[in-house]
Write a protein that binds this ligand. Structure first.
Ligand code: ISL
Length: 578
């Protein structure tokens, strides 16, 4: 049997603070705004709330560029607001996790200011500095060919000290040098500081890239041009597990929650080294298998059609792998770096929007792992409008990329259109539009009507129909469906949290079906139809008994569908998408 743990039985709700709720009319969400909505969050039935970064930051990458790890950014409020938030959550029986961003800091952090001030400064080797290379023409070149995740070289030349520093993300996000024990100690100090203030754990930003390959070798060429993805030389580097075990010790002292973000890893064994029960590292990790499913050979902006069959393979792999090897999954399909699942994997056509959202809730919500829900996901938020002009996009990743497209392909309209379609389909802005609280206020209740300030990002114009108020008042909404999924997970935790996983009818192209079985034999059978067509699905003899032997208990919507059972060996999908 699987070892039990409170964090396995928990559901996490992720808040994107800038877009959640603005309390002071400056057009930017804030902590008092979040506090005012805690009853709503609690009503969904979640156990833990994760906030994207609210620490002091110049906001070059929406707070993932921290300039002071021990203070709250004034845009979001004060330390006192933050204490009140923690109290408000704890009073309601919820826990709170902070976003820990320690692969890099902001270039405005005093550590970096010191570091860049001279080669002799004691902070110099807190970051990764290297001399230039010179080509045969004597032209200065960066130390290697690594490409930044946000376009361009991952190296920035520093004129005054005549060296380059490494930045895997924006040039305003210099990477910390974890080889320096002082950096490690400083991070431990930050972790303790927040745990002592009442934080219950952390989501750790790109934590699997903190140990870089010795010598920082050139990346292999996988696409045209000089710059190449450094993934092979930064992901799960040689010292990663030493670093994580040291952090794990602290987390263990506090019985803290931890989820590490782990992009670029495809090998289950690599993730297992981070989350394996006896490793003493992290509780769980976000692997990117699902969210990268439609990224082509050159990454996010090169299209690749979404295939349900591939999704099935991924789910089957990670579900069985973690259960067999005693690790743990973080279940997620949306977050602030991803587009909306209804638009991306199903259909945001009015006819299908709610049912798609519910289908996805059932599909994800009953798998094995700790469940993460991103704000808006619970009321079927969809991608930004297809006709949004580029001016409305705010994300540095999209904007930097668009600049390179205009520079390198100014006359290639076809490529530009294709790229814009990718921004709409998978771009990060899709997850960042402000929450639509109601359909009546000018700014959907996200911010007060202030003639001088508009929301930092446009509200989706569909807010008059699609908003939290409507979702809460309509018992047939995605919100209520999610709520029942969460309640059922709790009620039947032997099945849904600790149960076994078996995929059914693996070869079927459209249906994703699986069985969860508790130690005592109690079972649940989850059947989801990903396509917008009605059809009959034959259940194999082996699974026939699962459906109607009285052991199956699911939420209303699913049971409704079961009533269509025609007595034969089949289930009818009366609603098309479900
Ligand atoms: O969205 C991506 C780029 O295509 C991902 O690769 C993303 O950059 C990666 O998941 C890391 O994300 C995290 O760290 C970034 C920050 O911009 C993201 O918001 C954060 O979730 C840098 O701190």
């Amino acid at each position: 049997p699987i070892r039990r743990a409170w964090w396995k039985e928990s559901c996490v709700y992720q808040i994107y603070p800038a877009s959640f709720k603005d309390s002071n009319g400056d057009g930017w969400g804030d902590i008092p705004g979040i506090i005012s909505k805690l009853d709503y969050v609690n009503s969904l039935g979640v156990d833990i709330v994760w906030l994207c970064p609210i620490l002091k930051s110049p906001q070059v990458d929406m707070g993932y560029d921290i300039s002071d790890y021990k203070d709250i950014d004034p845009l979001y409020g004060t330390m006192a607001d933050h204490d009140a938030l923690i109290k408000g959550l704890h009073d309601r029986g919820m826990k709170y996790i902070l976003d820990l961003v320690v692969n890099h800091t902001s270039d405005q952090h005093e550590w970096f200011q010191e570091s860049r001030s001279s080669k002799e400064n004691p902070f110099r080797d807190w970051y990764i500095w290297r001399p230039a290379r010179y080509d045969e023409n004597g032209t200065r070149q960066p130390p290697n060919n690594w490409e930044s995740a946000f376009s361009g070289s991952a190296w920035e030349w520093d004129q005054s000290t005549q060296e380059y520093y490494l930045h895997i993300f924006a040039k305003e996000q210099p990477d910390l040098n974890w080889e320096n024990p002082k950096v490690v100690a400083a991070v431990h100090d930050i972790i303790r500081f927040w745990l002592d203030r009442g934080v219950d754990g952390f989501r750790m930003d790109v934590i699997n890239i903190i140990s870089k390959a010795p010598g920082l070798p050139d990346a292999k060429t996988t696409k045209p041009g000089f710059l190449q993805s450094p993934v092979e030389h930064i992901v799960c580097g040689p010292k990663l597990h030493d670093y994580l075990q040291a952090i794990g010790k602290i987390l263990c002292e506090y019985d803290a929650f931890s989820v590490g973000e782990a992009p670029g890893v495809h090998d289950g064994n690599e993730i297992l080294k981070i989350v394996g029960h006896d490793r003493g590292e992290l509780s769980m990790a976000f692997n990117f298998a699902i969210v990268d499913i439609d990224h082509g050979p050159e990454g996010r902006w090169s299209p690749k059609p979404f295939r349900i069959k591939l999704l099935k393979e991924i789910i089957n792999k990670w579900q069985t792998f973690m259960l067999e090897n005693v690790g743990w999954n973080a279940l997620y399909m949306e977050n602030h770096d991803q587009s909306r699942t209804v638009s991306r994997y199903c259909s945001d056509d009015l006819k299908y929007r709610t049912i798609s959202a519910k289908m996805l809730a059932g599909h994800l919500g009953f798998q094995s792992g700790t469940l993460f829900i991103f704000q808006g996901q619970e009321w079927a938020q969809v991608n930004v409008p297809r006709d949004w002009p580029m001016e409305k996009y705010k994300d540095i990743e999209v904007l930097n990329h668009w600049t390179t497209i205009l520079r390198d392909h100014p006359n290639n309209a076809e490529l530009q259109d294709r790229t814009k379609r990718q921004y709409w389909l998978v771009g990060r802005d899709n997850g960042r539009t402000p929450v639509q609280w109601n359909g009546t206020d000018k700014y959907a209740g996200f911010t007060t009507e202030n003639p001088h300030k508009v929301p930092w990002m446009d509200i989706h114009p569909d807010y008059t129909e699609w908003n939290v108020d409507n979702a809460v008042n309509d018992t047939k909404s995605a919100f209520h469906y999610w709520k029942s999924v969460l309640a059922l997970r709790k009620e039947e935790k032997d099945v849904f949290v600790y149960g076994n996983f078996e995929m059914v009818d693996f070869d079927h192209e459209d249906v994703i079906a699986y069985v969860r079985t508790a130690d005592n034999g109690r079972k649940a059978f989850i059947v989801t139809n990903f396509v917008s067509k009605v059809f009959w699905w034959a259940v194999s003899k082996a699974h026939e008994s699962l459906l109607f032997d009285g052991k199956l208990k699911m939420s209303d919507h699913v049971i409704e569908r079961l009533r269509n059972y025609n007595g034969a060996n089949e289930v009818k999908f009366a609603d098309g998408l479900h």
